[in-house]
Design a protein around this ligand. Structure first.
Ligand code: AQP
Length: 334
């Protein structure tokens, strides 16, 4: 059976982009694949984290997976730092990753910005750890949002580099799975910027835990232009904020973009936004309520993570041992 690996960083408020770009697709795929869903806490350390907040966010992301419909009985759910094979494999892979490949990564450029010289080595090396996350389980598929496509392609290149260096077909080359009508959800305040956990403006995103009033307020405040909605996709695509909102509506209402636009073409934004709020409240309201309920049961969350780490280790450690043997790292028995 094909195997999926994917994860989310516990770095703050989970938002609609994380749901539509990743978690929702995981739920849809979970019975067709063997699935491993990780809370990538080591990746979170690439930017400064308050330790107590990091622990709380790790549990919150776990709750979000389950509340959205990921089945912890069927899928493996665990936090990355519990399986040390990730970091060990990352080192081995970093030794065969050319700097030129990492220099092309746009996320590093965006996150490091003008402070490039001050950015941590971890932020730069992040895609190598991500490659280890994926290929360390010999995963074949990686469902992610559009923004992570480049990193999954790098994981393919690194898997290929290992196979070539050691002249064998050891790692499968993982495929990104990017689908739905909202593969790149943009900020509600700026249609040219990705919706992001780290955006300082609360009005830029719908959080997975927002209540109905907050969702309605944020949707009302979402940036739009004075023109009514157009009647063609080509015209819509020239208006980034409108395009983003129609994409979100389509994804939430399980429609294509064309079907969504046909419903609202020629109407003004106030009508459209009311409908958008209603569907967002229906989908996110249920998940948020369930997340809040689960977060009270901290022991239950911790038990899922603990058991998930054992199941993940049972896959990752034998693969790491084989890598150690292939690369010539001696493991004396006595
Ligand atoms: N705006 C988005 N639209 C669609 N998919 C998105 N994802 C993130 N933002 C969007 C997808 O969510 C998964 C987890 O992302 P992550 O937490 O590992 O890191 P990120 O991509 O850096 O996400 P954020 O939420 O924007 O966090 P910060 O602000 O910390 O950088 C991935 O599958 C990602 O594609």
């Amino acid at each position: 059976m094909n195997r999926i690996f994917s994860g989310i960083q516990p770095t703050g408020n989970l938002h609609l982009g994380n749901y539509l770009g990743a978690i929702r697709n995981w739920v849809a795929l979970q019975h067709d694949y063997e699935c491993i869903f990780c809370i990538v806490d080591l990746h979170a350390l690439t930017v400064p984290q308050d330790p107590a907040e990091l622990r709380a966010a790790t549990r919150e992301v776990t709750a979000a997976y389950i509340a959205a419909g990921v089945d912890p009985e069927h899928c493996i759910i665990f936090n990355q730092s519990m399986v040390t094979a990730h970091s060990e494999l990352a080192w081995i892979l970093s030794c065969l990753t050319p700097l030129g490949w990492l220099n092309r990564m746009t996320q590093f450029k965006e996150k490091a910005g003008k402070q490039r010289e001050m950015a941590g080595l971890g932020l730069y090396a992040y895609p190598v750890l991500m490659a280890a996350d994926i290929i360390g389980y010999k995963a074949t598929h990686v469902p992610v949002g559009e923004d992570q496509k480049q990193h999954v392609e790098l994981a393919r290149d690194i898997a290929g580099a290992f196979n070539r260096r050691y002249e064998r077909d050891f790692f499968p080359l993982p495929e990104p799975q990017i689908f739905g009508e909202a593969t790149r959800v943009m900020s509600l305040r700026d249609g040219t910027k990705k919706m992001s956990k780290s955006d300082t403006s609360d009005y830029s995103r719908l959080n997975m835990t927002d209540d109905a009033d907050t969702i309605a307020l944020k949707v009302r405040r979402a940036k739009t232009d004075p023109e009514p909605l157009p009647d063609t996709i080509a015209a819509l695509e020239k208006r980034p904020e409108a395009d983003n909102l129609v994409g979100i509506y389509a994804a939430l209402a399980d429609l294509t973009r064309e079907q969504a636009l046909a419903r609202f073409a020629g109407k003004n934004f106030s009508t459209f936004k009311e409908e958008l709020s209603a569907v967002a409240v229906e989908v996110l309201g249920k998940i948020g309520g369930e997340m809040r309920r689960l977060m009270v049961e901290m022991d239950h969350i911790d038990a899922i993570l603990h058991q998930g780490a054992e199941r993940a280790s049972a896959i990752a450690i034998p693969i790491l041992r084989e890598v150690q043997d292939i690369t010539g790292l001696l493991r004396p028995e006595h």
